[in-house]
Design a protein around this ligand. Structure first.
Ligand SMILES: [Cu+2]
Length: 566
């Protein structure tokens, strides 16, 4: 795959001579170079210039509530979301981790058609495998030596599969006689891309293209993400936030029983936008949120739309990055030691989450976890839904005795994608694994095989191979389909062994307003106070969902008070 990926992006020319932002340290050098020189003013194509400050770092991540985890995780992140492990020392190679309130998720960058994307890429991977912080390597609940499967190569880069490049170094590779364009630990490189068409594109490091699990090199450990190219003139806002964030942008002028007004342009005290993904201070357009989910709005024309979203000028965007050959320390040792259980361990992921049925089954039989007391939990109906085990790939905090305390990351606690009934939805699906072919299959919804051609076949399944990327623009009114069905629609790899090893999630369609407050929590078998439902930001200019009620409420109608039933 390595050579195919690099060769596929070789369409760029170098009209401006030598790459302006490339670092100067040579291959193998550990020298720290200064900030990159900026690209020349004014993109030559006349479009906007969008900047992203991206880092690569070693980061352990956990796949689900039972505790399977990747001890050798490597991820991309926005530089602004990274903090030092040892805060007595500055952030640097081997001393960087994701801020504790950020869930490790594949990085998503967005641009519009016609934009130039400038990625200032800094490599914060530890200089050698031995330099990886031991605190970062083994979470507290695991003892013993689990070994390391991190790549000996510590160089990394940000190669985007299929986007046009402005110069050869922006291919971000190290191939043949081309000048090397990887970044050594501590080094910064600048890569420049032109978004010449709508769609979604796999981004990955070309530092170690082979080795390790499934011969995936760095990609299998997590150094992948996506660049979504949106319709021209589109604006992008966050789709799922915490209850606190929603409260900061919402005004309930008509009282708490009526939907609020949302200030989409609200900022934190430091000026950073709360919902807006692009910050435009100081004359620079910078991506400040890298969420999997977004509201895309404000455009009048789209290359890849069906009549659903094309006519309405907005959609809710959901990102589904498949990855396989997971490096995983399993929650139960039997899943590794007993070959008859290999087919149900956590082995296939979506967005660094996995919900394999093996751990759920073993926990139930051992009377542990959320389904400990569930005597009727026997077969598929309990391990491939949220009924008994809570939402797939949900992460929890636990005390020292292992008791569950709360679900973490309330804006993105699980592999559940949230929308309101009738929202136009586009799903960006990328295969970021090194090996297996998968089939994306979504229940209760369909899309056109060829978006933009209304006479194309309707589909609910798509085969996808390594490096491939698809957009599914949901038909018939989007979320909930033409029959207006709220609730959960499962999506999963249609190869059952992959599904059983964790490759599934849910599209959750809400028919009432979700403000992320504690009253909207879902019941949970382990956590008495329940688990969070994210605040789901409404799409601007669409009718908002009704407010939820659990009990009859007294409301004012005209000049009299009446009881509104629950
Ligand atoms: Cu599969």
């Amino acid at each position: 795959m390595a050579f195919v990926l690099l060769a596929s992006g070789c369409g760029g020319s170098s009209p401006d001579g030598p790459p302006p932002g490339a670092g100067t340290a040579g291959e193998g050098s550990l020298a720290v170079v200064g900030p990159p020189s900026e690209p020349p003013p004014g993109p030559p194509h006349g479009g906007r210039r969008i900047v992203a400050r991206v880092v690569a770092l070693d980061q352990v991540y956990v796949y689900n509530r039972f505790g399977a985890f990747n001890p050798d995780g490597m991820i991309f992140a926005l530089e602004r979301d990274v903090v030092p492990i040892d805060d007595a020392e500055p952030i640097g190679p081997g001393n960087a981790m994701l801020a504790p309130d950020k869930r490790p998720r594949p990085l998503v960058l967005r641009v519009n058609v016609g934009d130039e994307l400038v990625v200032h890429f800094k490599n914060l991977l530890a200089p050698t495998v031995d330099d990886i912080s031991p605190d970062a390597e083994v979470p507290f609940h695991v003892g013993g030596d689990i070994g390391s499967d991190s790549t000996a190569t510590r160089h990394a880069s940000f190669h985007v599969n299929g986007l046009q490049v402005f110069d050869q170094k922006s291919l971000a590779g190290n191939v043949g006689k081309n000048a090397p364009a990887l970044a050594a630990p501590g080094q910064t490189r600048t890569y420049r891309f032109l978004a010449d068409r709508e769609g979604t594109f796999l981004a990955h490091s070309a530092g170690a293209m082979t080795g390790g699990e499934g011969l995936g090199g760095q990609i299998v450990l997590g150094l992948f993400g996506a660049v979504h190219v949106e319709p021209k003139n589109a604006e992008w806002y966050r789709s799922q936030v915490t209850g606190k964030e929603l409260a900061a942008v919402a005004t309930y002028d008509k009282g708490p029983l009526e939907p609020p007004r949302i200030d989409y342009e609200a900022t934190y005290p430091d000026g950073t936008p709360i919902l807006r993904i692009l910050d435009d201070r100081d004359g620079e357009l910078e991506i400040v949120h890298s969420d999997l989910y977004a509201i895309i709005t404000g455009y009048t024309n789209t290359e890849a739309g069906t009549t659903n979203s094309k006519d309405q000028g907005h959609f809710r965007e959901m990102t589904v990055l498949f990855h396989d050959e997971l490096r995983a320390v399993q929650a139960f040792p039997e899943l590794d030691e007993d070959p008859s259980l290999h087919g149900v361990r956590d082995g296939f992921g979506i967005n660094y989450g996995a919900a394999g049925l093996g751990a759920e089954l073993l926990a139930n039989r051992a009377r542990l976890g959320p389904a400990a007391d569930c005597a009727e939990c026997k077969f598929e109906e309990f391990f491939l839904s949220s009924w008994a085990n809570g939402d797939p790939a949900m992460l929890l905090s636990r005390d020292e005795e292992g008791r569950a305390l709360e679900a973490l990351f309330p804006e993105d606690p699980s592999n559940v994608h949230h929308a309101y009934l009738g929202d136009p939805v586009r799903i960006r699906n990328i295969h970021a694994g090194p090996k297996e072919t998968h089939v994306f299959h979504l229940h209760a919804h369909q899309w056109l095989e060829s978006p933009g051609h209304d006479d194309a076949m309707a589909r609910d399944s798509q085969t996808i191979g390594p490096g491939a990327a698809f957009t599914y623009d949901l038909l018939f009114g989007g979320a909930g389909n033409r029959v207006l069905t709220p609730g959960d629609a499962i999506f999963h790899c249609h190869l059952y062994p992959h599904f059983a090893q964790g490759m599934w999630g849910l599209l959750r369609v809400h028919d009432v307003f979700e403000n992320g407050s504690p009253s909207r929590r879902l019941p949970d078998g382990e956590i008495p106070s329940g688990t969070p439902t994210p605040a789901v930001v409404p799409i601007p200019e669409r009718g908002m969902a009704l407010m939820p009620t659990y009990e009859p409420t007294l409301v004012v109608q005209g000049n009299k008070k009446v009881w509104r039933p629950a």
